[in-house]
Design a protein around this ligand. Structure first.
Ligand SMILES: [Zn+2]
Length: 140
């Protein structure tokens, strides 16, 4: 899992099979564009548990980047808070490239401590940025 010089972060994320299927459905349904959404759940110790993946409109619909629609993002955040959960990560899809952060992703990840889940043509992987380096987050 830790190929291409990517470090392991020492934290893990659990996403249910249903939510993984949802993310891959989003990948297929939004082809050739990237799809995106938020992961709602909780975090304890080094373990992030995703309760549900919530699709969010990609307001900058391209084949190489995404932008979470601010209104839909706010609504997802608000309903998570009401249920006592938080947004623990963001997912997006790579309909024609591997599940690895692109150059654009790495630049964008600099501004956030969220876990990024990427679904691509070779599977699904999770990452986060720590001190300017991309780390792999183990999917557990
Ligand atoms: Zn990407």
């Amino acid at each position: 899992m830790s190929g291409s010089g990517v470090l392991m972060s020492g934290i893990g994320i659990h996403i249910s099979k249903n939510d993984i299927n949802l993310i891959f459905d989003e990948l297929e349904n939004n082809r050739p564009f990237e799809a995106c959404g938020v992961l709602i759940g909780s975090q304890e110790g080094g373990i992030i548990t995703v309760k549900m993946a919530v699709p969010v409109k990609n307001s900058n619909r391209t084949e190489r980047s995404f932008e979470l629609d601010p209104t839909e993002f706010y609504n997802a955040w608000n309903s998570a808070e009401k249920d006592g959960f938080e947004i623990v990560g963001v997912y997006h899809t790579h309909p024609s490239s591997p599940a690895k952060p692109s150059a654009w992703d790495k630049d964008t990840m600099q501004n956030t401590s969220d876990v990024w889940v990427i679904a691509g043509i070779d599977g699904i992987s999770a990452y986060r940025m720590a001190e300017g380096m991309v780390e792999t987050v183990e999917m557990i």
